[in-house]
Design a protein around this ligand. Structure first.
Ligand SMILES: Nc1ncnc2c1ncn2[C@@H]1O[C@H](COP(=O)(O)OP(=O)(O)OP(=O)(O)O)[C@@H](O)[C@H]1O
Ligand code: SF4
Ligand SMILES: [Mg+2]
Length: 324
């Protein structure tokens, strides 16, 4: 693996203004992403994990410039993503694709699978004419484990898992290097989740893909990712190699998330940490360490001082906690 990052994100901020009144005025900001740094090396899979609303999707959408970041730097293969013009963005979208959580909502119900898959191939000039397009669509369907004879069918004729395979085929259609996988298995039955995760792992190996893999659940990223970043209220609170995060989690929030991972043992883990309370709103994050209202080991300093990411024992492992 080369050490030059394919994707490099520095100080990413995305605030959504909240407007009120007859003549709308900005009355507050939703601090969805509030200073996020991470990188993805070529061929690497980086997991981005955290509870609902912590800013995972917003981070992923900023990387693709589906939304404009408020501040920060994003470079993809050395290019400044924020400075790209329309032609540059088009080239970026060929190399960086996204797979959505809801494969049904993200597929047009009135288009056949052929139409859905052939459109991006034709748009990027990767094949011309019906015969060439059909051959490419057939190859894509085979690659994701679907019968090419299905290309004339509509999304409603498929199961959830099959629809997600179509979503993956659509992302692969333009031969990307990098895929943002936004909770691609959360909406699927548990039995189907493993099949889709295995497919994504195989594709990564065969096609040398890099992933930013977004998930609620640490268990989902364990076997697929090399590095895991744990997010809380718009910030990364812990990041490190997947084995370090599972073997020696340093942040109380990561420990709590790990305790929520089902373990096939009666009684669960001996050091089970319960997460009490709801996630505070990103409209008004708590001062100091944003996790302090829910942290089982918080001290008085935690509501005054905001911790920053600093190195833990293992290389590449970093944690933002005053007591770690
Ligand atoms: N377009 C928007 N306008 C205003 N607020 C938004 C917008 N998009 C997201 N938010 C808010 O930003 C915060 C982060 O949202 P985001 O969708 O990134 O979270 P998430 O981690 O992906 O959550 P989930 O696990 O539920 O998908 C949330 O509080 C959300 O309500
Ligand atoms: S800084 Fe304090 S509140 Fe935040 S995680 Fe560490 S101990 Fe808990
Ligand atoms: Mg999301």
């Amino acid at each position: 693996m080369s050490a030059t990052p394919l994707l490099n994100v520095r100080g990413l901020v995305k605030h959504f203004p909240v407007k009120r009144g007859l003549i709308p005025k900005v009355v507050a900001q939703v601090k969805a992403v509030d200073g996020v740094d991470f990188q993805v090396l070529p061929g690497q899979a980086v997991g981005l994990v955290g509870e609902s609303g912590c800013g995972k999707t917003t981070t992923g959408r900023c990387v693709l410039r589906l939304i404009e970041p408020t501040a920060g730097e994003i470079t993809f293969d050395g290019q400044d993503v924020r400075a790209l013009d329309a032609a540059g963005l088009r080239a970026l979208r060929r190399r960086v694709q996204i797979i959505f959580q809801d494969p049904y909502g993200s597929l047009n119900p009135r288009r056949t699978i052929y139409e859905t898959l052939a459109e991006p191939i034709a748009f990027h000039g990767l094949a011309q004419g019906r015969a060439e397009l059909e051959a490419r669509v057939a190859a894509l369907l085979t690659r994701v484990g679907l019968d090419p004879d299905y290309m004339g069918r509509y999304p409603h004729e498929f199961s959830g898992g099959q629809r997600q395979r179509v979503g993956i085929a659509r992302a692969l259609a333009v031969e990307p290097d990098f895929i943002v996988c936004d909770e691609p298995v959360s909406a699927l039955d548990v039995s189907v989740q493993a099949q889709i995760l295995n497919l994504l792992a195989d594709l990564r190996r065969e096609l040398s893909l890099s992933y930013l893999f977004i998930a609620h659940d640490l268990a989902v990223v364990r076997h697929l990712c090399d590095v895991v970043a744990v997010m809380y209220l718009g910030r990364i609170v812990e990041v490190g190699p997947v084995d370090a995060i599972f073997r020696a989690p340093q942040h109380p929030y990561t420990r709590a998330l790990l305790s929520a991972v089902p373990v096939p043992r009666p009684g669960g883990r001996p050091d089970r940490v319960k997460l009490e309370g709801d996630v505070p709103t990103p409209l008004d994050p708590p001062p100091g360490c944003a996790f302090h209202p829910r942290c089982p080991i918080a001290g008085p300093e935690c509501s005054r001082t905001a911790p920053t990411l600093s190195p833990a024992a293992q290389a590449g492992h970093q944690v933002a906690c005053l007591k770690a």
